[in-house]
Ligand binder design. Structure first.
Ligand SMILES: NC(=O)c1ncn([C@@H]2O[C@H](COP(=O)(O)O)[C@@H](O)[C@H]2O)c1NC=O
Length: 541
């Protein structure tokens, strides 16, 4: 069963261990020792291995420096980073030796559990200073360094990788994972550090308070002649219908987008898939300051939800309209893990768009080889992505192009006006904002009914607002009572408010600005309903 232990008996293979999650570690380490490897570890990791009876050398023996500043500096030392980053060239190896370092062939690292501790901070169990201490510095630095040096070093950043890599080491003539495996592990490592930093960035941003909303009116100048530079991304089997040819072109953008995403698996993307995936990404980006999930059918949302975890958000978005989601396109705001993937695999979906897919998720979803997975990298709300409001979007009509600024604005807290006697109960504000963000992405006339971070009914693409409201309220059914309602445009008559009141809607958000606003306000007051004007309209045609 065992392969060669090392390329050269006198120079053992070396591994550096520094982990927070110890599952599977002792089994990996003891097998490496059996294969003749020399193991080094940071303090806590070393203790865990020694207790399991695995011989390991403390890193301080190499650096001559014990961990300092309460653990803030452990591995950050030229002898450690030199040992990871030295290329296999005689010059690098000589330089490393002169500095007193040794080359590492394998780095096994996982990071302080920032996300878990963030939850504990939010529940008041930890202070901000304690949370800050769980921001891992050395671990991600080690992972990135090892990833950069994939030519010589393998990096394991998750226990799920141990068994397969160990197997490759056993059977490899050089006692190392294959070249392609090292590159794949490097990609996974960098994806993990990116995700880790994205979580920290979001937490810090929340600590700093809400970002300044994009200015609502930024002067943009439209050039006399418009030169469009686009590169063909794919030629689809056909366009919107089988008798139409279709293709998709890429244009340069900042931030996550479908055409610049990576298609990880699945049947070839169709023209409609790309259009729906882009609509799904647009909507989920709008909700991405929380774990969020959305489902799109024919460019229209059929379900959207935000929650404390992505799994919850996905289930809520799915359950928002379990009939329509069938054959839909789903987008989520956080990386898909194994559990979310299991839930997704229970429904027939056409496409899933996500910042990333964890290896366990890819394994689960690989059992649905036709399902298309698009990895787009970290997703940000449009008002953060398009902070200066200068991005333009282009639509073609017969004989021309329509060009406008992207609709990147969110509501501005200071400009909201409660126009009714009844004010909005504190607990309904998050739902009002959520419904407002969703209605922005539904075709006009659009009405969204929502409650507890879940859409209950979406009426979209209607030629009259009252029809949109009827559809949304009918879909919501009995759950409409106590829910909130958002409208992408103002109410020309009081009929929508009256219908909402009949079904027990508790609060309404709409732009305001109709000549007959007063009639809608009076209807809301008669029903004891709260209504808020945003002063912003979100038509989408
Ligand atoms: N500061 C450093 O130099 C450093 N180097 C590695 N770490 C992390 O410390 C943890 C392991 O430390 P220990 O073995 O002492 O329990 C790992 O999660 C690793 O990602 C560090 N911790 C924080 O940045």
């Amino acid at each position: 069963m065992s392969g060669p232990a090392a390329s050269n008996e006198s120079v053992p293979r070396r591994a550096l261990f520094s982990v927070s999650r110890t599952e599977g570690l002792a089994a990996l380490a003891s097998e490496l020792v059996r294969l003749g490897w020399e193991l080094w570890a940071t303090e806590g990791t070393g203790r865990h291995l020694q207790e399991a009876g695995v011989p390991v050398r403390p890193l301080s023996e190499l650096t001559g420096q014990v961990s300092m500043l309460g653990g803030r500096v452990k591995t950050l030392h030229p002898r450690v980073f030199g040992g990871v980053l030295a290329r296999p060239s005689p010059q690098d190896l000589a330089e490393l030796e002169q500095a007193g370092g040794v080359p590492f062939d394998l780095v096994v690292v996982n990071f302080y559990p920032f996300e878990e501790r963030l939850e504990r901070y939010r529940s008041g169990e930890l202070t901000l200073a304690e949370l800050v201490e769980s921001m891992d510095i050395g671990g991600p630095a080690l992972a990135r360094a090892a990833a950069k040096n994939f030519a010589r070093v393998a990096v394991l950043t998750d226990p799920s990788q141990y068994a397969a890599v160990l197997d490759e080491i056993r059977h490899s003539p050089h006692g190392l994972p294959a070249d392609a495996t090292r590159v794949r592990l490097a990609a996974e490592a960098v994806r993990r550090t990116a995700r880790y930093d994205a979580v920290i960035a979001r937490a810090l941003q929340q600590e700093a308070g809400p970002p300044a909303a994009a200015p609502q009116r930024v002067e943009v100048s439209f050039p006399e002649r418009l030169a469009l530079e686009a590169t063909r991304w794919l030629v689809a089997r056909y366009g919107e219908n089988p008798h139409q040819a279709g293709a998709v072109y890429r244009v340069p953008v900042q931030g996550a987008s479908v055409p610049w995403g990576q298609v990880l698996q699945g049947k070839e993307l169709s023209y409609n898939n790309v259009a729906d995936a882009a609509a799904a990404l647009d909507l989920v980006a709008e909700l991405s300051d929380r774990p969020a999930a959305v489902a799109i059918k024919h460019a229209t949302p059929c379900g959207a939800a935000v929650a404390d975890s992505l799994l919850q958000a996905y289930q809520l978005a799915h359950d928002a309209d379990p009939v329509s989601v069938f054959g839909g396109v789903v987008a989520v705001s956080r990386p898909v893990d194994g559990m979310v993937a299991e839930a997704m695999a229970r429904t027939f979906l056409e496409v899933i768009v996500a910042p990333s897919f964890e290896p366990e998720a890819l394994e689960v979803l690989s059992k649905k080889p036709r399902l298309r997975l698009i990895e787009v990298g970290p997703i940000e709300p449009p008002w953060r992505r398009d902070g200066d409001g200068s991005s333009l979007e282009v639509r073609s009509i017969f004989g021309g192009l329509l060009v406008q600024q992207v609709d990147a604005v969110d509501w501005v807290d200071g400009e909201l006006r409660t126009v009714t006697r009844q004010s909005v109960p504190e607990r309904l504000w998050p739902d009002l904002r959520f419904a407002w963000r969703v209605v922005k992405h539904a075709r006009s006339n659009a009405i969204v009914v929502a409650r507890d971070g879940q859409t209950l009914g979406i009426g979209a693409g209607q030629t009259s607002r009252i029809d949109a409201a009827r559809i949304a309220i009918e879909k919501a059914g009995e759950k409409a009572s106590g829910a909130v309602l958002a409208s992408d445009g103002f109410f020309p008559f009081s009929d929508v408010v009256e219908l909402a009141a009949e079904h027990g809607i508790a609060a309404i958000v709409q732009p305001g600005g109709s000549m007959r606003d007063q009639e809608s306000i009076a209807a809301a007051d008669r029903a004891g309903l709260a209504m808020v004007f945003t002063g912003i309209r979100h038509f989408r045609h």
